[in-house]
Design a protein around this ligand. Sequence first.
Ligand SMILES: *C/C=C(C)/C=C/C=C(C)/C=C/C1=C(C)CCCC1(C)C
Length: 245
Amino acid sequence: METLNNFFLAVPKMATDDYVGFTFFVGCMAMMAASAFFFLSMSSFDKKWRTSILVSGLITFIAAVHYYYMRDYWATNAESPTFFRYVDWILTVPLMCVEFYLILKAAGATKRLMWILIVASTVMLVTGYMGEGVDQANAQVWGAVSGAAYFYIVYLIWFGEAKALATSAGGETLKAHNILCKFVLIGWAIYPIGYMAGTPGWYEGIFGGLDMDVIYNVGDAINKIGFGLVVYNLAVNSSKQAAAA
Ligand SMILES: *C/C=C(C)/C=C/C=C(C)/C=C/C1=C(C)CCCC1(C)C
């Protein structure tokens, strides 16, 4: 009984206007639910799609675990969990690059393309961490380098090699690729806004009033769950077509 009481009493209070705490909490639940959804649906797909759905589930699962810790960290310290945030991203963003590779593999995507995307996303995140967590005085410079890596990824998937492969694949693959491209261009653009809200720089007057963690949490929900659902949808539509053929 004693331990049971301690367990429940250990839950910290949450103020009604604690939007950061609230979005960490809801984000955690949403990531858990999405993971269950992706994992449980895996077996209903053709073998060819299972790895893609597995990766969708791994992305939301890794995020769910990090959100569990970040929610706690925020509740205890009322401070941005910058370290956990970037560990989450450094694991999940490369997995999103793997998703691009997996859906384009049948069209001839090479591991080289996958690694270029992974390296570019790692540069984007490590420099972002430098600006946000290590060397805030130069946040603008780190942010600019990170932004350059980000635009390189956008270029590769919208106009470069990845786009050419998607076009040659056509059909459902091209449709899914185009939606994922929009996630990267529009959905991922949420993150630099969060960064500018939370670090010093010329942009303070524009974004300074916003809450970095709320922006990141909304971005993660859209990009991790939404991105996974696009892949899920591609698997459903392609399986249907295969069955009809
Ligand atoms: C699931 C997590 C995702 C999809 C995270 C994506 C993160 C980014 C696209 C971050 C980008 C940044 C910039 C482009 C410049 C400023 C620093 C970052 C790291 C916030």
